[in-house]
Write a protein that binds this ligand. Structure first.
Ligand SMILES: *[C@@H]1O[C@H](CO)[C@@H](O)[C@H](O)[C@H]1NC(C)=O
Ligand SMILES: *[C@@H]1O[C@H](CO)[C@@H](O)[C@H](O)[C@H]1NC(C)=O
Ligand SMILES: *[C@@H]1O[C@H](CO)[C@@H](O)[C@H](O)[C@H]1NC(C)=O
Length: 656
């Protein structure tokens, strides 16, 4: 009898556990708790079952008979202790999660640093390369090594981002890559710039629209520094901000995991007949393009999510109600309200709600894309795109430069204004009359910070309250939040990329629009906000170089992403914006009444802020110099040279 009851109970609990795990409760922390409770009870039930069983039946599991009852008592106690502890930590914590994130980030950065420049000579660099990437380094690797070490490069061994980007291209024949390069750059409609390297000279194709000419010109400038060691080839650079190449998961998975393997005596020079293998680009109009244009349209379900596994939420679910917060979407990369994993946050596959939360997905200004693996070099990309990242000419030419002066100095951190500062345009996407602007990242953050018409939603704050001063989450209405913190987050001049009523509506919503300010005025403020526009950030590198602390919310990732560690070099924010106030509260502090009667005091964490700002600056001066952009590009193009060579299987560098 007892046995039957216990067995039923056990199977019920197990079923509940499995359900809680597989179905996904709307609040994952609760479902984890439920699952944990279920497992504990199930284990306990099973133990009790076997115990009874072994007593009633001689042939039963005699092992359990040997276990003293004290053991079961101990299990029971442990169980209550565990759940009790778990329940109490859910409600309130003694430490602030940001303290932990900052601590973890320093360790993570140290680990990264430990493996990025192990080599102390060319021979070691070659060995490390072979170990990491399963093939010989490309021909000319010795020139690259000398170039990098002469410029004191901290980065010698870790160029994983290059290999991630290039890996699928090993599945294409060199000739196919060359032909596709031509298809991209020959047709002016594609918005692609062709750049040619012949005999160590760099030239820009003649068919580029004048407004965009600065970009290939800047690239020619950068590549010219080391072109003497590059083979003859053509390159196709994306002139638009938006990334373009999105190969479906079903195709791209089979293209990964390839390498050329090792050779004992590889040929350390590129093929000699390369120049004639690239079709010439002329000013003539070409009628065909492999690209499909869907500018001003929704792109998430046509391009954004196709790189995700078919059973991932991004492919299987549609988060229809964009006014409700998608907890499951944020949970995997969050610690409470704070962003805890920047890499995972970039992975859109668990985030179907982003379809309606970003300009790239809602209504990009220019989107000419393809589902086939075309070789296109871009300045930034969202997860799932197969564009090849490279250091932007914008940064190389220092179009937005960190250049404090006597009139606009970059003062010591403590002397800076406590405010978080942002200036920019509504340029993330085009709001052509259907109100898409309301969901775009920039507009949502501006709305959050200024709370016009008292219409911003309530947001979480993590506050030390009660006698114990332990932290717990409070939900505060925005009218209170805007009074507690110092922000200066405004649109400059006039509303752009809009049509119909969306221009006027935004102008009303974001009033007062402010006049443009000098870029060097940024350094007056302790906290600088960086929000995604239509593509790569033109200002993040100068922000890092400054003594101010950058906060960054971004879907796009750039060439430097592996090098820079969130919480060690900058403060990451979730695109949804829900952690904005809670993160700011940690740094700016609070001293006052939060809901008319509850007194709250959080000391501002100015020293933590200053430490992150300083580490970011030091590190940027070490690994994000113009030299580092050249070193990255040089290595990328040596790899690309080999990849496009008919004899690529035989090519490589080996120590004599
Ligand atoms: C990094 O390397 C140093 C020296 O080899 C070692 O002491 C340290 O523990 C390493 N740190 C991490 C986080 O691996
Ligand atoms: C590299 O470091 C050495 C020693 O610190 C210094 O003298 C030299 O100027 C540096 N070179 C470059 C290009 O930064
Ligand atoms: C972030 O998540 C990824 C994927 O789950 C994991 O490999 C990585 O170690 C995590 N990074 C940090 C800093 O926790």
């Amino acid at each position: 009898m007892t046995t039957t009851v216990l067995t039923t109970f056990t199977s019920l609990m197990t079923a509940a556990t499995v359900l809680a795990w597989t179905n996904g409760h709307p609040f994952p922390p609760h479902s984890t708790g439920l699952a944990f409770l279920g497992v504990s009870l199930a284990v306990f039930g099973l133990m009790a079952y076997f115990h009874l069983e072994s007593q009633s039946d001689e042939k039963g599991v005699s092992l359990f008979r040997k276990v003293p009852s004290a053991f079961y008592l101990a299990m029971l106690l442990l169980f209550f202790l565990w759940t009790g502890l778990w329940a109490s930590t859910r409600v309130a914590v003694n430490y602030h999660p940001i303290d932990m994130l900052v601590f973890e980030a320093q360790r993570y950065h140290q680990q990264y640093l430990n493996q990025t420049s192990l080599s102390t000579g060319l021979a070691e660099a070659v060995n490390h390369y072979k170990e990491r990437y399963g093939q010989n380094p490309p021909p000319g690797f010795d020139h690259w090594y000398r170039y990098a070490t002469e410029r004191n490069s901290t980065m010698i061994d870790d160029f994983d981002s290059i290999h991630r980007d290039l890996e699928p291209f090993y599945s294409l024949e060199p000739k196919v890559i060359r032909d596709r390069t031509w298809e991209m750059s020959a047709n002016q409609w594609n918005d692609v710039a062709g750049v040619s390297i012949r005999n160590g000279q760099v030239t820009v194709a003649p068919n580029i629209v004048p407004t965009h000419k600065w970009m290939p010109d800047g690239l020619a400038d950068m590549i010219g520094k080391f072109a003497q060691w590059l083979p003859d080839m053509d390159l196709a650079f994306n002139l638009n901000d938006e990334c373009r190449v999105s190969v479906p998961y079903e195709d791209i998975e089979g293209m990964r995991g390839r390498s050329l393997g090792h050779r004992d005596e590889p040929q350390n020079s590129f093929s000699s007949d390369r120049a004639s293998q690239w079709k010439a680009i002329s000013e003539d109009q070409i009628p065909n393009s492999p690209l499909q244009e869907i500018s001003w349209q929704q792109t998430f379900h046509r391009y954004g999510n196709v790189g995700c596994p078919p059973n991932s939420p991004a492919r299987t679910t549609r988060h229809w109600d964009s006014s409700s917060f998608c907890t499951q979407c944020a949970y995997p990369h969050s610690l409470g309200a704070f962003l805890s994993n920047w890499t995972l946050a970039a992975d859109i596959c668990h985030q179907p709600d982003l379809a309606d939360l970003h300009g790239l997905y809602l209504s990009p200004a220019s989107f000419k894309g393809t589902h086939q693996l075309y070789p296109l070099f871009s300045q930034s990309k969202a997860h799932g795109f197969n564009d090849i990242l490279y250091p932007s000419a914008w940064n190389y030419l220092e179009k937005a430069k960190y250049a404090p002066s006597n009139e606009r100095p970059d003062m010591a951190f403590a002397e800076k204004d406590d405010t978080i500062f942002w200036r920019g345009a509504t340029s993330e996407g085009v709001s052509q009359g259907r109100g898409q602007w309301r969901a775009m990242t920039r507009q949502r953050f501006i709305h959050l910070a200024n709370n016009p018409n008292n219409s911003a939603p309530a947001q979480p704050l993590l506050l030390p309250t009660g006698k114990s001063k332990r932290y717990s989450y409070w939900s505060l209405v925005s009218s209170k939040l805007t009074k507690l913190f110092k922000t200066d987050i405004h649109v400059v001049d006039n509303i752009v990329r809009c049509a119909g009523p969306d221009c006027e509506n935004q102008a009303k919503e974001f009033a007062p629009l402010v006049p443009p300010s000098d870029f060097q005025d940024h350094w007056k403020y302790k906290y600088l906000l960086d929000l995604d526009g239509a593509g790569f950030s033109g200002r993040f590198l100068p922000f890092l170089q400054s003594r101010s602390l950058p906060f960054k919310a971004a879907l796009f990732r750039e060439w430097w992403d592996d090098r820079i560690t969130p919480w060690a070099h900058f403060v990451p924010l979730d695109l949804r914006g829900h952690g904005f106030w809670a993160t700011l509260a940690y740094f700016q502090g609070i001293d006052g009444l939060i809901d008319g009667s509850t007194e709250v005091k959080i000391d501002p964490h100015v020293q933590v802020a200053e430490r992150i700002a300083d580490s970011g600056k030091d590190w940027a001066e070490q690994v994000l110099r113009k030299d580092d952009m050249e070193i990255y590009m040089f290595r990328l193009l040596l790899e690309w040279g080999r990849l496009t060579d008919d004899k690529r299987d035989e090519l490589g560098f080996e120590m004599k």
